[in-house]
Structure formats: structure tokens, C-alpha cells
Design a protein around this ligand. Structure first.
Ligand code: ZN
Ligand code: ZN
Length: 286
């Protein structure tokens, strides 16, 4: 028995105005029979925009939580979901850009909070200064236009002027580019990928993966109190070297801790190997 089985036939409020429900709602419907609604009055852009007009109020999780709570305040339901994306260096792959998507589900009456996550190296997050239509066309090609949208403006990226978003066809793009080139002081314009979900199918796929991860976490329950969301939260390094026995940076232990009762479960040697190849040993292979 899983607490979340009680969601069958219930309504969930999805806090988005960028079409994320297109990928999220079918997964929730299939997993629990949850019926999704999207409140039309919710302005999620006040919690931050990718184009920097509004800064995010907190980190990714805090921002998702603020959106979910704002959505709940607009409805009389008790279950809400919000998602929040970020783009930056990959946490473990050097020099690679990554898209990290978080999906947060809150059930206020149960006092339950679940977080799904996906990190993808597949992202077309790019931006730059260009000086001609030819350069714009080249940029557009690299990010997968017109399936993916573009943002065009002029001036400094931190304070863009004349911003046009959601450009998805050549004539609209050409008009925005002509205007920007004419009006900018130095004859250059700023172009970037529109990262809003409905203009970025690549990102939409990562949001779907994060939602699948949320479902998997909800299905995993604490062996002691059966609270949903029992999942590995710590990955501890120190797998001993097969040659000298000293600790290496490789993972030795996965640790799961229950949000509810604090039960802790350690799973040693998560990769199945009890020792590390000496290649990874700072002593044998400094
Ligand atoms: Zn527990
Ligand atoms: Zn060693």
C-alpha cells in the first residue's frame, strides 16, 4: 500500500504558463489517474525569467515550491506541481553544458513533498552577439530553429532592449532582426535560444524525464514507516583501491534517508565492485 494511491481520481494543479502540462499531465494521469488543471490567472514569470527581466527569488527548489504554493492559493485543491529548469555546467562532466530540470509535487493535506530530477547533456541553450542576417541564420540552424524558438534584442544582455521572444518562423525572425540591427547603437544584436518549455521541445523531453523520476520516487517507500519518496540522497566516495586499500574518489556507499521518520539505509558498493581500479587511486596513480 502506497499513500499516493489515494490520488486516484483527484485533481492536481500544474503551475505553468509555458505548456509544460503537455508532457507532465499524461504521466500523472497514467501513474495515478490524477486529473490536471492549469490555473489561467497564475503568472509564473514573476518567479523569474530566462531572459533576465525578473530574477529568480531563490534556488531551483525554493522557486518551484513558491510556484506550487501560489498555484494552490488560486484553487481549492491540495495537490500541486511546479517545475523549474536551469542551465549551466554539468555537475560531473567537465566542460559540458547541462539542463537540470526539477519537478516538485506538494500534497498539502498529506504533508508530502516529492522532487523529481533529470539532468541532460542534450541542451541547445546558446546566446551571442551577431552583426548580420547571415550570422543569425547560422545561429538559428545550430539550435534547431524553427522547432525551437529564438529571442532577439539589442543592447547589453543583462538589460536587453526591444526583446522579441518566441520567434518560430523566418519572416517574423527577419523582421525582428531588421529592427534590432537598425535601432541598436553599434549595429549588432543579441540572439539566444528561447528556453521557455513550449518553444523548446528538447527541454520538454527533460521535463518529462524529471516527471518520470518523480513517479519512481513516489513508488519507493520507507521500509519502516512506508512514507513515499525513500530514495538515495547521498553518494559517499572512498571505494578502497584494489592495490593499496586507500580510499579513492569513487563511490563507496549510497545512503537513503526517510523524510518522515529519519530511517537511514546504507547500500555499500552500489556499482557491484568492492574495490577500485588503481587508475583512480591518488596514491598508486598520483
Ligand atoms: Zn520512514
Ligand atoms: Zn592505491
Amino acid at each position: 500500500m502506497n499513500l499516493t494511491d489515494a490520488w486516484e481520481g483527484e485533481t492536481i494543479t500544474i503551475a505553468t504558463m509555458h505548456g509544460k502540462e503537455q508532457v507532465i499531465a499524461p504521466i500523472l494521469e497514467q501513474a495515478w489517474g490524477l486529473r490536471s488543471i492549469v490555473p489561467s490567472e497564475l503568472d509564473t514569470d514573476r518567479f523569474g525569467t530566462f531572459t533576465r527581466e525578473v530574477d529568480r527569488p531563490g534556488d531551483q527548489l525554493a522557486t518551484a515550491r513558491a510556484k506550487a504554493r501560489a498555484a494552490l492559493a488560486l484553487t481549492d485543491g491540495s495537490i500541486a506541481l511546479a517545475s523549474e529548469g536551469s542551465f549551466g555546467p554539468h555537475p560531473s562532466v567537465p566542460f559540458a553544458a547541462a539542463n537540470r530540470e526539477l519537478v516538485l509535487l506538494i500534497d498539502q493535506s498529506l504533508g508530502l513533498e516529492l522532487v523529481g530530477e533529470a539532468i541532460s547533456l542534450k541542451t541547445n541553450y546558446r546566446q551571442g552577439r551577431v552583426r548580420s542576417w547571415a550570422e543569425v541564420e547560422k545561429f538559428a540552424e545550430t539550435i534547431g530553429f524553427p522547432d525551437h524558438g529564438l529571442v532577439v534584442g539589442w543592447g547589453e544582455p543583462q538589460n536587453l532592449q526591444g526583446v522579441t521572444k518566441g520567434l518560430r518562423d523566418r519572416s517574423a525572425l527577419a523582421a525582428a532582426v531588421t529592427e534590432a540591427l537598425t535601432r541598436s547603437a553599434d549595429g549588432s544584436l543579441w540572439v539566444e535560444t528561447d528556453m521557455r518549455a513550449m518553444h523548446n521541445p528538447t527541454r520538454m523531453q527533460v521535463i518529462a524525464q524529471a516527471t518520470e523520476n518523480l513517479v519512481a520516487k513516489a513508488r519507493s517507500t520507507c521500509p519502516v514507516c512506508h512514507w513515499p519518496g525513500f530514495w538515495v540522497t547521498q553518494r559517499l566516495p572512498g571505494l578502497p583501491c584494489g592495490e593499496c586499500g586507500l580510499p579513492t574518489p569513487l563511490i563507496r556507499l549510497h545512503r537513503s534517508i526517510c523524510d518522515r521518520c529519519g530511517h537511514q539505509q546504507d547500500d555499500p558498493f552500489p556499482q557491484g565492485e568492492t574495490t577500485a581500479d588503481p587508475t583512480y587511486c591518488p596514491f598508486c596513480n598520483p
